[in-house]
Design a protein around this ligand. Sequence first.
Ligand SMILES: CC(C)(COP(=O)(O)OP(=O)(O)OC[C@H]1O[C@@H](n2cnc3c(N)ncnc32)[C@H](O)[C@@H]1OP(=O)(O)O)[C@@H](O)C(=O)NCCC(=O)NCCS
Length: 307
Amino acid sequence: MTNIRPMATSDAPALLDIWNRAARFDTISDDVFHEKAWLDDGVDADLRLVAEVDGSAAAFAVGAVRQKDQGPSGYIKMMAVRPELQRNGLGSDLLSRLEHELRRRGTRVCRPGESAPNYLTPGVDLRYTKATVFFEKRGYEKIGQSYNMEAELENIDLDTTGDEEPLAMTGFRIGRAAESDRSDVMAMLAEHWPSWQDEVGVSLSNDPVSLFVARRDDKVVAFSAYETNNRGTGWFGPMGTAPDARGHGIGSVLLKRCLVDLRDAGYRRAIIPWVAPISFYLHHVGAEVCRVFNRYEKQLDDHSPSD
Ligand SMILES: CC(C)(COP(=O)(O)OP(=O)(O)OC[C@H]1O[C@@H](n2cnc3c(N)ncnc32)[C@H](O)[C@@H]1OP(=O)(O)O)[C@@H](O)C(=O)NCCC(=O)NCCS
């Protein structure tokens, strides 16, 4: 008999085991599982669901709500069914329940993945063939693709001394941020990238601070961060240079300063997730696309048949 109920923290080991067996391209640690399911203000108890079969956890799903300019949006952050119990309707039951809960919270659209600022994947990896078919058959329409890149950190020259000296002569000072930079950094983000404030806030709270900034005339004009998401995986980003400071080579230095930290922390490769400027990362650190994701969206109208 199947029973869907809210998740308890004591479920974590069993659910992590289901996830790591079902989602083989995204195996994660218990810390990352906790970060995704519990350390997210957009996830409440009724959006963390477990499906039990004969009293044992057989599947789970985690949904999230994000407030956007156009209103609240819904996301399926994670969803997995024990491999030997797949294709018995458990995934469909969990999806219907999550869509219902999301609709109750005023969301009119739902996307799998891409639940920034706390997310694991920017869409559905094409290699999850069953998930691709599953979402497409349940009303999710493809709205594009997204990419993760990977930079090898061994045998790469990440020394930025020769680049930083001329930048300093033209008034750009680059260094690790400190707590005292918080208001200036947040002001720059508010102006150019308000949606990155949470992730960059995480980097300022990390020890050591996992954020580098460039200043000109005491104004923060660019930044790069790492370990803002999925701690322990070598996760780079976000990064950005204000439009009037572009073209001086600041981004390259900021990127490399983060990668040096990741290398010093023992990572052999950095993940550069949800990338737009592929050529920038290829050019400066030889990064290559390592994953391709389909992005999907479903309109959650009031009369959805899955309700
Ligand atoms: C996607 C997933 C959650 C679906 O769970 P499920 O319990 O198997 O889902 P259901 O039984 O309700 O539906 C299965 C659907 O998946 C698709 N599917 C799965 N296996 C299939 C197969 N061998 N042939 C054709 N379609 C298949 C179909 O759409 C099928 O529906 P149908 O039976 O009506 O044709 C499950 O496959 C899974 O855990 N995958 C690994 C983790 C993952 O990719 N998660 C998504 C990223 S967040």
